[in-house]
Write a protein that binds this ligand. Structure first.
Ligand SMILES: Nc1ncnc2c1ncn2[C@@H]1O[C@H](COP(=O)(O)OP(=O)(O)O)[C@@H](O)[C@H]1O
Ligand SMILES: [Mg+2]
Length: 234
């Protein structure tokens, strides 16, 4: 068999992980005069790695029950999960009722982005902004740098408090302005849309996907299931 035929055979056998690295592994084996078993081992590892990462990619899609809240913007969720928006430097705002899966989606997107080699930062926004408010000037500079530098920043559960603390609003403005200039994406999840300074909103919403999560809380469903099973007998 020549390389093309081997490639076809691997794909027919559904060994796409091996097929994808075949040409590299051939070069490597020739360049290093590698023993056959070592090359075979590396190829098998390629297949295992690929299967593992495909499995992880699918987890979010498999675990999620789209029938539970049929009004969720399903197509937009998958679109976000493709990470095209990270390449384009646009933003996403995921708003809606508690327990509907906003954080689930945000984490799935964050995870997917790390798999693809992006530098990602996930923040529980209120807690981190509270930390910022208490920080010294030097620490604030360092924190802000950490929040501006990554390719993708996730601010989970922003605006839990009805009114944002002044410093929180300030740091949000700094983050949004600087990331906007650098064309770096921000994903925000929130239970409510509160009034934000228009200077923040303008930049945030200029290139932004809006995802509305309307529906019932999945946490209730989980709690109900636990009650139905009954208290533990021990
Ligand atoms: N439709 C769904 N199918 C499966 N699990 C879900 C669904 N919606 C939410 N969950 C799960 O319920 C819990 C609460 O969801 P979460 O994403 O934290 O809600 P939110 O951030 O919108 O308040 C999480 O464990 C999440 O994985
Ligand atoms: Mg949440």
């Amino acid at each position: 068999m020549n390389t093309a035929e081997i490639d076809r055979a691997l794909r027919a056998l559904r060994l796409s992980g091996m097929a994808e690295t075949l040409s590299t592994r051939v070069m490597q084996a020739q360049a290093a005069q590698q023993p056959f078993l070592e090359t075979l081992g590396a190829m098998l590892q390629d297949e295992l790695d690929r299967r593992r990462s495909r499995l992880m990619q699918r987890r979010f899609l498999v675990d999620f029950d789209w029938r539970f809240n049929p009004k969720l913007p399903r197509a937009a969720c998958f679109e976000l999960h493709t990470l095209k928006f990270v390449g384009e430097g646009t933003n996403a705002l995921i708003v809606g009722k508690p327990g509907t899966g906003k954080s689930h989606l945000a984490k799935a997107v964050a995870y997917q982005a790390t798999l693809q080699g992006y530098d990602v930062r996930y923040l529980e926004a209120d807690a981190e902004f509270a930390r910022y408010a208490l920080a010294t000037t030097d620490e604030r500079t360092r924190l802000l740098k950490e929040w501006v530098e990554p390719d993708l920043l996730i601010l989970d559960d922003l605006f839990l408090a009805r009114r944002m603390a002044e410093t929180a609003a300030e740091v949000l403005q700094l983050i949004v302005h600087q990331r906007y200039k650098l064309r770096r994406s921000v994903v925000i999840t929130s239970n409510r849309v509160v009034t934000m300074a228009t200077t923040i909103l303008d930049r945030l919403m200029h290139r932004c996907a809006m995802l509305e999560f309307e529906g019932k809380s999945y946490r209730m469903k989980e709690a109900a299931a636990r009650i139905a099973i009954g208290p533990e007998t021990s």
